[in-house]
Design a protein around this ligand. Structure first.
Ligand code: HEM
Length: 106
């Protein structure tokens, strides 16, 4: 999970569409976010409700489907690089996509 977090983190921060949103986020929160994101995406304990994700992203101005698409693509690339099976990658993408409306506050 640490390896996955590092790979995912690097991809998100290297993406000019996404990186500005993390300028003011401290390191602890970024690490917590990655771990929570990956645990959720991999079907781990469902510790986050839609309401939590909605609240967490409500203050991020200008988020669009594009941003979510990029995040999901980085997640899939990360899992692929780590040797995950195609079925698991598709499953993780579907779970991430299922919270799209909460993240986009709609
Ligand atoms: C695919 C859907 C996404 C999931 C599952 C997800 C998951 C999460 C989680 C679990 C947190 C931590 C919430 C907390 O502890 O309060 C969080 C925070 C955050 N997310 Fe996401 N996220 C998603 C999409 C995005 C996108 C598209 C962006 C924009 C680039 C983004 C930017 C952020 C930022 C900046 C924070 C920290 C907010 C703060 O500290 O105030 N997320 N996300």
């Amino acid at each position: 999970m640490t390896a996955a977090s590092e790979v995912f983190y690097r991809k998100v921060l290297a993406d000019p569409l996404l990186s500005p949103y993390f300028d003011d986020v401290d390191m602890d929160r970024q690490v917590a976010k990655q771990a929570a994101f990956l645990t959720m995406a991999l079907g781990g304990p469902n510790a986050y409700t839609g309401r939590d994700l909605r609240t967490a992203h409500a203050g991020l101005a200008g988020l669009t489907d594009d941003h979510v698409d990029h995040v999901i693509a980085h997640l899939a690339d990360t899992l692929r690089e780590l040797g995950a099976a195609d079925d698991d990658i598709a499953g993780a993408g579907a779970i991430a996509a299922s919270v799209r409306d909460d993240v986009l506050n709609r």
